[in-house]
Design a protein around this ligand. Sequence first.
Ligand SMILES: Cc1cc2nc3c(=O)[nH]c(=O)nc-3n(C[C@H](O)[C@H](O)[C@H](O)COP(=O)(O)O)c2cc1C
Length: 152
Amino acid sequence: MKGVIVYDSVYGNTELVAKMIAARLEAEGHSVRLVRVKDALKERTEGDFLFLGSPTRMGGMTGRMKKFIKGADWDAWGKKPVAAFDTEMDEVIAKDGASAAAKMHDLVRSKGAKVHTPVLKVGVTGVRGPLSLGSEKGIEAYVSEFLSSAAC
Ligand SMILES: Cc1cc2nc3c(=O)[nH]c(=O)nc-3n(C[C@H](O)[C@H](O)[C@H](O)COP(=O)(O)O)c2cc1C
């Protein structure tokens, strides 16, 4: 199957997660296109499944990601599996605080699409990162679970 990962990232942490997700999907035999959200806003994205990633900022997704989700072709994507992931501070994950991934999930669902539950939240140890220790295992487990439940 062909997957698309549309992501935003300011300091590179969410981009790193996007690349780790892509590597895992490719290891499972899928082909993947990684697209920065600013480019995705200018082109038509097509594929069999979609991952959307954003850093958590002020408890939500970036403005660019919100714009992408609002303007995406949900007639086409709406029938395909969609997953949302973010990066956020470790302490915010620990207390299940407001997150980009949860808001992306809800916004995608409001478009009538089949968004995967749960979302993937990846911790950062500081505002500029790095990713928390052990993030890779959580990312790999999430991708495996997504693929089996989406029957890709
Ligand atoms: C302006 C600003 C607001 C932020 N707000 C939050 C927040 O509400 N919750 C949180 O967990 N992290 C927050 N953070 C930390 C970001 O989640 C962190 O910078 C991000 O995960 C890094 O991802 P990136 O390298 O892809 O930009 C904020 C960071 C900045 C710079």
